[in-house]
Design a binder for this molecule. Structure first.
Ligand code: FAD
Length: 289
């Protein structure tokens, strides 16, 4: 199923993200995690692609397993900045062979040694979207950043980037995580002002251990509201309490978003079915995919 079709009838959709194993020895444990998440009957499960712009050998295998054996729609992430056209075309052929219809087309983070973007086959996600669109018949999604991408000086530059993604065939967006819903609402107003009306799926990260937070802030510069910091200060030293508080915080964010008309939620529960399941149970009367 194409993800865009999930949003046609105004239903609330919840989806989850997993990451592929680094080596074949980790394949089975990722498979087991996705099997548990699939039991929650999500709208789709997305599978990340490498890290820091790198490639991944197992993204398509996991995405294919989700679709073929677990009967859940999958969304394969694909980054381009370290790839050339030939690699991308091969990936697209493999996705087609595995009947994967949805691709989250990304540039990927720039490796520190990479200075000259212009000499590369792919400089930006929109270049990749153009090639996917030309290849044909994929439902293309893109990333967006309600607080602005770290490399963008002004949010208005990001809005222009999103416009170029839509021009290249992007049909939906998934946001970077945020911990204050007002940030998303302001961003949605800006998109609407710019005439961008594709579905925006809100990315929600349940923070279940205090160490995650330092990394999140370093990587994405995400704003942490005082209310969130108070929770971490109080419970961060107690792993079980922090997990419970993090899930409650994420649940409250999700309920607020649904109540305000945001129909798509993507939970960064990673390969942790217990977190996905706790969120799912908290929303059992709210979301019925
Ligand atoms: P782009 O849209 O290309 O934007 C990158 C920067 O370039 C922005 O500042 C943008 O404003 C600017 N820009 C874009 N077009 C132009 C232009 N024509 N001229 C000038 N400036 C321009 N990373 C991974 O490695 N693997 C993953 O699986 C992965 N999944 C992700 C999922 C989500 C939902 C999100 C939000 C991020 C994910 N990332 C992943 C991280 C992502 O790859 C990085 O944030 C990366 O730095 C930007 O990718 P992008 O696709 O948003 O890039």
């Amino acid at each position: 199923m194409k993800i865009i079709d999930l949003f046609k009838n105004g239903k609330q959709v919840i989806s989850y993200e997993v990451f592929p194993p680094k080596t074949s020895s980790g394949f089975e444990s990722v498979q087991l995690a996705t099997k548990e998440i699939a039991k929650l009957n999500p709208g789709f499960i997305s599978v990340t692609y490498g890290a820091s712009g790198g490639t991944s050998d197992y993204t398509i295998d996991i995405a294919s397993d989700i679709q073929k054996n677990l009967d859940v729609t999958s969304l394969a992430h694909l980054t381009c900045v370290t790839s050339n056209k030939e690699t991308i075309i091969n990936q697209l052929k493999k996705l087609k062979e595995n009947n994967i219809e949805n691709i989250l087309a990304l540039r990927g983070d720039l490796p520190s040694h990479m200075k000259d973007l212009k000499s590369r086959d792919y400089s930006y996600a929109s270049d990749l979207m153009k090639d996917i669109n030309e290849f044909g018949d994929f439902c293309i999604g893109g990333a967006c950043y309600p607080e602005g991408h770290v490399e963008s000086e002004h949010l208005v530059d990001d809005i222009k980037t999103i416009k170029s993604k839509v021009d290249m065939g992007c049909k939906f967006l998934i946001t970077q995580m945020f911990f204050d819903n007002n940030i998303l609402y302001n961003f949605l107003y800006k998109l609407r002002d710019a005439g961008i009306d594709i579905p925006v799926i809100a990315g929600i990260m349940p923070v279940t251990n205090a160490k995650q937070i330092k990394r999140i802030v370093e990587l994405s510069g995400t704003y942490l509201p005082q209310r969130f910091k108070t929770v971490v200060d109080k419970f961060g030293h107690n792993p079980k309490a922090m997990a419970q508080a993090g899930i409650a915080y994420a649940t409250e964010q999700i309920i607020g978003l649904y109540a305000n008309g945001v129909n798509g939620i993507h939970v960064y529960s990673m390969n942790k079915p217990e977190i996905a399941s706790a969120i799912h149970n908290n929303l059992s009367e709210i979301v019925n995919n």
